[in-house]
Design a protein around this ligand. Structure first.
Ligand code: ADP
Ligand code: MG
Length: 453
């Protein structure tokens, strides 16, 4: 299986040499595909265009973003800083006219008391949603493993899946609408680039369409970036049509120069994926407010069926804003912490609080404004299943595992008109049950393939 993974390109750079491709290893993956209920998989695919519509609507609704994030930005400096850039570019007037959204909506299968599973959204990632490239290659590995095990029929049932192609289609459409043959697509990448091969899958799809791609970091933008009089973005004289962020979602990477670079990008005419409004639309606070009765109706008037499909995936979400409602739910969570997850406004895994730790933290902040930087969510409890997690340099062992299904979405808007809105494939990530939190990049979950049952 490991040889098959290397051969198929399920690759990552190593922790020791994260910026060199001389030595690479396989990205962690499960030995076997995991069972996923077909009806829930189809439900997740079917609601993706609705979520694209919703994220796009939130990103265009200044009043909603302002109201929703008002309490959060008083206590969360990172969200506040993003919000300041958002207001600044709106005041200046947007130069950007074409908008590109690439998101991934993540779900777990909540096991009810009667044993039936329900689709529950964990979160929607509106910036730097990863593994759209490696996931299609993982399926090739699982197909081979099943054949080796004599399960040829099952191997043929694994679904076709190529999110990288769908994401590239969106980027190419945005590039085309931007309307300059000479302009490039810029991938904004991290200083440490272990997951480069996942990004290269999307990049290669663009080269196949004869679209030029450059890879730059925030500090390159600070040093080489400039705007002309009509706010076209140039990197050392090279015009940029689309900026695809695979970076920029954690506070630690932003020094003052990076913030300046971010502002330059946001002020520009280039298509940002995502623009800063869409990044804000992906915050946990927005997710929680969306679950309030009446909010979806206000954001998506005239779309009752989309609203019903979206709402059917929501888990219980609770505001910790100051006041009676927040006091009550904080007390409930302190009394019964295993029912909930406490989430700050952070991305990338490893930030949420569970169990005793949740109780301690909430106990400490329950009477301070700091609590409004968090939200509470019902804890989803999926039915575990056995699998082997293959990880370089780790012993092979069978583990009780739970899976998280992600559906990629892509959309392009020109002015007010949505010209593309699609689901673009799926990702399954699986982790051992003893880990409450964490994705693949965080070293907890591994790549998997759904086997529909
Ligand atoms: P991040 O932005 O850090 O990815 P998530 O909301 O996706 O934050 O949470 C990280 C991980 O924590 C998820 O991948 C999932 O494993 C776990 N998790 C998050 N919310 C819940 C929940 N409500 N119930 C159970 N597990 C959860
Ligand atoms: Mg997540």
């Amino acid at each position: 299986a490991v040889d098959a993974a290397l051969l198929a390109g399920v690759l990552m750079r190593t922790a020791e040499q994260p910026n060199a491709s001389d030595v690479v290893n396989y990205a962690p993956f499960t030995l076997l595909p995991s069972a996923v209920p077909r009806a829930l998989f189809e439900q997740a695919c079917a609601v993706q265009q609705d979520f694209n519509l919703l994220v796009d609507a939130v990103s265009q609704n200044k009043e909603f973003l302002e109201q929703t994030l008002a309490s959060t930005i008083k206590v969360d400096d990172f969200t506040a800083r993003l919000f300041r850039i958002y207001m600044q570019v709106l005041e200046e007037g947007l130069a950007q006219t074409v908008f590109l959204g690439i998101n991934r909506s993540d779900y777990m299968f909540d096991c009810g008391l009667d044993g039936t599973a329900a689709l529950r959204q964990i979160e929607i990632n509106t910036i730097a949603a990863s593994f759209g490239g490696l996931t299609s290659r993982t399926a090739d590995v699982h197909r081979l493993v099943l054949k080796v095990l004599g399960k040829t029929e099952e191997a043929s049932q694994l679904l076709p899946n190529n999110p990288a192609k769908g994401l590239a289609l969106g980027i190419a459409k945005a590039w085309e609408l931007y309307g300059s043959q000479r302009a490039v697509v810029m991938f904004l990448v991290e200083e440490i680039q272990r997951n480069i091969f996942d990004q290269r899958c999307v990049e290669n799809e663009l080269w196949n369409r004869n679209i030029r791609v450059v890879r730059k970091r925030f500090r390159d933008v600070f040093e080489q970036g400039s705007l002309d009089a009509s706010r076209r973005l140039y990197m050392d004289g090279q015009e940029v049509a689309v900026v695809y962020y695979r970076e920029g979602y954690v506070p630690q990477i932003y020094d003052e120069q990076s913030w300046e670079a971010r502002l330059l990008l946001e002020r520009s005419r280039a298509v940002k994926c995502p623009d800063i409004a869409t990044q804000l639309a992906g915050t946990k606070k927005v997710q929680q407010e969306l679950s309030r009765p009446g909010t979806l109706e206000q954001l998506l008037p005239g779309h009752p069926q989309a609203i019903a499909r979206i709402r059917a995936t929501f888990a219980g979400l609770y505001s910790l804003d100051e006041g009676e409602e927040g006091d009550r739910i904080a007390a409930t969570a302190i009394a019964d912490p295993d029912r909930f997850v406490l989430k700050p406004q952070r991305e990338g895994g490893g930030n949420n609080l569970y169990g005793e730790e949740l109780r301690e933290v909430l106990e400490k902040i329950k009477d301070s404004p700091e609590r409004t930087s968090y939200i509470l969510m019902d804890k989803i409890k999926p039915q575990p299943a056995l699998n082997y997690l293959l990880r370089a340099h780790s012993p092979l062992q069978v583990s009780e595992c739970v899976s998280e299904l992600g559906i990629f979405g892509v959309y392009v808007r020109q002015g007010r008109e949505l010209v593309l809105n699609q689901a673009a494939g799926h990702l399954l990530r699986t982790k051992a049950v003893e880990h409450a939190d964490g994705g693949v990049a965080a070293g907890v979950a591994v790549l998997d393939t759904p086997f529909l049952v």
